[in-house]
Design a protein around this ligand. Structure first.
Ligand SMILES: NC(=O)NCCC(=O)O
Ligand SMILES: [Zn+2]
Ligand SMILES: [Zn+2]
Length: 511
């Protein structure tokens, strides 16, 4: 089988490996954590579904028993933001190095059991894009969903958005306000898109940077002779992220539809979200793990190969931004943590050796997110374990309308479960990670807490540092429209329209 040759030292069940995992499993004596509650209890899994959660469940000898005493039993992570096997930034940099097989295998080794990937249209066609991604995802070994990217506007696109929502199970559309000349859209298109999203009950998502100003900033850097990776950060400062974030928020407010800001990387952008939420606007902010735990110093590394691996957009910011973003997550100003896993190897990154504008943008994270958030936020005492579950799993399931099938350990939920040992530790290295990339932006990180077991669809796929993935077993999860952010939105239409007449009234209406 073409996918058996993973070459990464793990078994592919169905390609010669043996499926030793049981369809009935009892997880005994762990602390079962949901977003709203934690208790010491047993979890009984039957045929891929959680059948029961309570203390002292009795089972027969045929059931495999896992002792989870002293460990946390939690819903598998859901990563709301990935780019597997994506063509991006020109053909020379080819596609992101992880496909739906290696990217998902890496995810499972790190405790993530579902992700939502961004479909890129083919020549502007949503249906061709969807078809292409259905093909790519046939290799899947865990469940996944799709967002759809909108790169142009006409009647066909508007009609296809409807088909995506009503027939294909997509409930979110992404608009790039950056990457001028590649995928960037203008405000006119954004307004059309926001209106359409509202009518369909689909969530509008934006990559918020002012692409025209970034273009200008890049030109300035090149004129100054700054061609290395540090030019990437210098050409697109936080104020350009804040401007686009504020603009998108205001336009979404004008249309009165919920808005999701992907990869919030700066204090400046986060404060725009905080301000809007304080006024009652339905805005969701998604930081990514790189933005929470790294800073921009790597971009100044004299070794191009090291510096280039940190190039992503918006850029990883100066020290201080990550800490502030973590605080915003802990206070609920930002709601869930993604990765923006968009991995290029060092050969692909080297395409921009003479010009930072040609370095393909993106960093890894799908395997590291659960560990890094635990280490930096739970082990350090910034957030509770229940909040950890909320920001890594449950909130994503709620926003994309698949809760409690996903994001919970409840009877009837899918048996996508992790067992984390808080007294163990993890170590990150490109020598041992499961991505196909030859580099890792978190190289050398050692931290507290370790995902010792990952169960996906009722099968143990990660145990004793070994992966046993089941090729083709991942299912496409259809995500219905009109999530909770749309509840009662039409009532807000009325108060919003009257509030447009007087700023004072608007403020009162939002109290
Ligand atoms: N973020 C990044 O640099 N690459 C992935 C594409 C995107 O989300 O902007
Ligand atoms: Zn983006
Ligand atoms: Zn992205």
């Amino acid at each position: 089988h073409e996918f058996c040759d993973a070459g990464m030292g793990y078994n592919v069940v169905g390609c010669g490996g043996s499926d030793s995992s049981s369809r009935r499993i009892l997880i005994k004596g762990g602390t079962v954590v949901n977003a709203h509650h934690q208790e010491v209890a047993d979890v009984y899994i039957d045929d891929g579904i959680i059948a029961d959660v309570k203390p002292n469940i009795k089972v027969g000898d045929e059931v495999a028993v896992i002792d989870a005493t002293g460990k946390f039993v939690m819903p598998g992570g859901i990563d709301p933001h990935t780019h597997l096997e994506m063509e991006f930034m020109g053909t020379d940099s080819t596609e992101t190095i992880d496909d739906f097989f290696s990217g998902q295998a890496a995810a499972l080794a790190g405790g993530t059991t579902m992700h939502i990937d961004f479909v890129m249209p083919v020549n502007g066609s949503l249906s061709l894009g969807f078809k292409a991604y259905v093909e790519k995802a046939k290799k899947s070994c865990m469940d996944y969903g799709f967002h759809m990217t909108i790169t142009k506007w006409d009647d066909t696109v508007a009609r296809e958005m409807e088909i995506m929502v009503k027939e294909k199970g997509i409930n979110s559309f992404k608009f790039f306000l950056a990457y001028k000349g590649i995928v960037m859209i203008n405000d006119e298109l954004l307004l059309e898109g926001l209106k359409k999203c509202k009518s369909l009950g689909a969530l509008a998502m934006v990559h918020a940077e002012n692409g025209d100003a970034v273009f200008e900033g890049q030109k300035r850097m090149i004129e100054l002779g700054i061609t290395g990776p540090e030019g990437h950060a210098l050409s697109r400062p936080p104020l350009l992220e804040a401007e686009a974030t504020a603009r998108a928020i205001r336009l979404a407010g004008f249309i009165n539809t919920p808005l999701y800001i992907v990869h919030v990387m700066s204090i400046d952008a986060m404060e725009e979200i905080a301000k809007a939420r304080k006024l009652g606007q339905r805005v969701v902010g998604e930081p990514v793990v790189s933005g929470l735990v790294l800073n921009d110093s790597g971009l100044w590394d004299p070794d191009f190969n090291i510096a280039a691996k940190f190039v992503m957009s918006p850029p990883i910011r100066a020290p201080g931004h990550g800490r502030a973003l973590q605080a915003a997550v802990s206070m609920g100003v930002l709601q869930l943590v993604g990765t923006d896993h968009c991995t290029f190897n060092s050969t692909q990154k080297a395409f921009g050796i003479d010009d930072f504008r040609k370095i393909p943008n993106g960093v890894n994270g799908i395997e590291e997110r659960m560990h890094l958030v635990w280490d930096t936020m739970v082990a350090s005492g910034k957030i509770s374990v229940t909040d950890y579950v909320r920001i890594t799993s449950t909130e994503c399931a709620r926003i994309f309308n698949i809760y409690p099938k996903k994001g919970a350990i409840l009877p009837g939920s899918d048996a996508d479960i992790i067992i984390l040992n808080p007294n163990s530790s993890f170590q990150i290295s490109s020598n041992s990670h499961h991505s196909r990339s030859d580099t890792n932006v978190y190289e050398g990180w050692i931290g507290k807490g370790k995902v010792e077991i990952t169960i996906v669809g009722g099968r143990i796929v990660w145990e004793n540092n070994e992966l046993k993935v089941n090729l083709g077993s991942g299912k496409y999860i259809k995500m219905p429209p009109f999530n909770y952010l749309f509840d009662g939105i039409e009532k807000a239409d009325v108060s919003y329209i009257s509030s447009l007449r007087a700023p004072v009234n608007r403020f009162k209406a939002m109290q």
